[in-house]
Design a protein around this ligand. Structure first.
Ligand SMILES: *Cc1c(COP(=O)(O)O)cnc(C)c1O
Length: 386
C-alpha cells in the first residue's frame, strides 16, 4: 500500500471488538487471568497494552520495519536502545547529533563504561577510521541538527555491515514520510515522536523501529525490563497525529523550501542551511535517500547582537525548543537546543551565536516571511542603537 494509505489504516483501523473508528484508550494497569497457568495475551500494562500495541503496529508498517516499540520520550527510546550494549563497548556517533543524545552519551553512558567517538559522519573515511575491536554501532542523524548536514545512509550501512556493527539512525527530522533508513540497510530507527510524528506539540514520546524481528524482541525485552513506556493517552494522541503526517509534512516542506529561497535574498541573512537548496553540501546524497528537503531550515544572521534582537521581535513562530509542530517553532541553538553542549564544542561544530533554526509549521508562508522581515528590521534598529 502507498504511504498515505498506511498512515490512515496501518495498525489502527477499526477496533476489532466494537468496530469503533479509533482504537480505544485502554486505561488498565492489569488484566484478569482466567487461567493462572496460561497467561493471557495481556497481563500487566508495562509489558503490553492494546492501545500501545496498535501504535507500535502502525509505526512498524509506516517505517517498513519488522517491529516497533513505543517509549515515554525520544530520550527514553534512545537510552533504552543503548542498553543493548555493555560496559566496554564503543559507539561511533555524529558530531552534530541532538544535544540531549550528546549529553546522555557523555555524561551518563560514559560513566557506565560505554565509550563514544564523535566523528563527522558526512565523511565515511572518518567513520571507518574510528572503528575499533570494541565498536558495536554507528549512530547518525541526517539531516543533522541544526546545520542540516547530510550523511550518506548507504555509506554508513556498508561500513556497519563490513565490521558487523549495528547501524542506527535518529529519524526525528525526517520521519518515514521523507526517508526510510531501514530500506538503506540500517538496523534501527529511533524517533522523538514528540516532534513531526505527533505533530501538534502536545505529547512527549519516542519510538524505536527494528528492521528484524530478532532485534525487535531484544528491544521489547528492554522496554519491559527498563520500563520507560509511554502513557496510553499519549499513544492515542500519537496515532491521531500520524494520520495527518503526510499532509502536514508535505505542506511544511513546501513552505520551508520557499522560505529558504526567500531568506537567501535578504541582506542580513549571511547563510541558509536547507538540504534542497542548490549549493547545500550533500544535496545530491540527500536527494537519493529522501523524498524532499523537509520542514526544517536554519540560517545565520550578520551578528549575534542582531540575532538576539531579531528573536525578541519575532511574533508568529513560537520561540522555543522542539520542532515539527503545526505551529512554526524558532529555536536559538546557542542557548536552547544545544545549551547542553559546552560552548567550545558548539563553536567547533559550527553552531554559532548567530544561528537560528526554524521548524516551519502550517501558517501561510507569506505571513511567516512578513514576520521574519519585520523582526529583522526592528532587530537591526535595536542592535545598532544598543
Ligand atoms: C527532540 C529530539 C530527541 C529527544 O526526544 P524527546 O522526545 O525530547 O526525549 C532526540 N533526537 C532528536 C533529533 C530530537 O529532535
Amino acid at each position: 500500500m502507498e504511504f498515505s494509505t498506511l498512515l490512515i489504516h496501518a495498525g489502527q483501523d477499526r477496533d476489532p471488538a466494537t468496530g469503533a473508528s479509533s482504537v480505544p484508550i485502554y486505561l488498565a494497569s492489569t488484566y484478569s487471568q482466567p487461567d493462572p497457568e496460561n497467561p493471557a495475551q495481556y497481563d500487566y500494562a508495562r509489558s503490553g497494552n492494546p492501545t500501545r500495541d496498535a501504535l507500535e503496529k502502525a509505526m512498524a508498517e509506516i517505517e517498513g520495519g519488522a517491529m516497533a516499540l513505543a517509549f515515554s520520550s525520544g530520550m527514553a527510546a534512545l537510552s533504552s536502545t543503548l542498553l543493548l550494549f555493555q560496559p566496554g563497548d564503543h559507539l561511533i556517533a555524529g558530531t552534530d547529533i541532538y544535544g540531549g543524545t550528546y549529553r546522555a552519551l557523555t555524561e551518563m553512558f560514559s560513566r557506565w563504561g560505554l565509550k563514544t567517538s564523535f566523528v563527522d559522519t558526512t565523511d565515511p573515511a572518518q567513520i571507518e577510521a574510528a572503528v575499533t575491536a570494541s565498536t558495536r554501532a554507528i549512530l547518525i542523524e541526517t539531516p543533522s541538527n541544526p546545520l542540516l548536514r547530510i550523511t550518506g545512509l548507504d555509506a554508513v550501512s556498508a561500513i556497519a555491515r563490513k565490521h558487523g556493527l549495528l547501524a542506527i539512525a535518529d529519524g526525528t527530522f525526517t520521519t518515514p514520510f521523507l526517508q526510510q533508513p531501514l530500506k538503506h540497510g540500517f538496523d534501527l530507527v529511533i524517533h522523538s515522536a514528540t516532534k513531526f510524528l505527533n505533530g501538534h506539540s502536545d505529547v512527549v514520546a519516542g519510538i524505536v523501529v527494528a528492521g528484524s524481528r530478532e532485534l525487535g524482541e531484544r528491544i521489547r525485552f528492554i522496554q519491559n525490563a527498563f520500563g520507560a513506556v509511554p502513557g496510553v493517552q499519549d499513544c492515542w494522541l500519537l496515532m491521531r497525529g500520524l494520520k495527518t503526517l503526510g499532509v502536514r509534512l508535505a505542506a511544511e516542506q513546501d513552505a520551508a523550501g520557499w522560505l529558504a529561497e526567500q531568506l537567501q535574498s535578504l541582506p542580513q541573512v549571511i547563510r541558509v542551511h536547507y538540504p534542497a537548496l542548490v549549493g547545500h553540501p550533500g544535496r545530491e546524497i540527500h536527494a537519493q535517500q529522501a523524498s524532499g528537503g523537509g520542514g526544517i531550515l536554519s540560517f545565520e544572521l550578520e551578528s549575534p547582537a542582531l540575532t538576539r534582537a531579531f528573536l525578541r521581535n519575532v511574533h508568529l513562530p513560537l520561540i522555543a525548543v522542539s520542532l515539527g509542530g503545526v505551529e512554526s517553532i524558532m529555536t536559538y541553538p546557542a542557548t536552547m537546543s544545544h545549551a547542553a553542549m559546552p560552548p567550545k564544542e558548539r563553536a567547533r561544530r559550527g553552531i554559532g551565536d548567530n544561528l537560528v533554526r526554524l521548524s516551519v509549521g502550517l501558517e501561510a508562508p507569506v505571513d511567516l516571511l512578513a514576520d521574519i522581515c519585520q523582526a529583522l528590521e526592528k532587530g537591526l534598529r535595536e542592535s545598532v542603537s544598543a
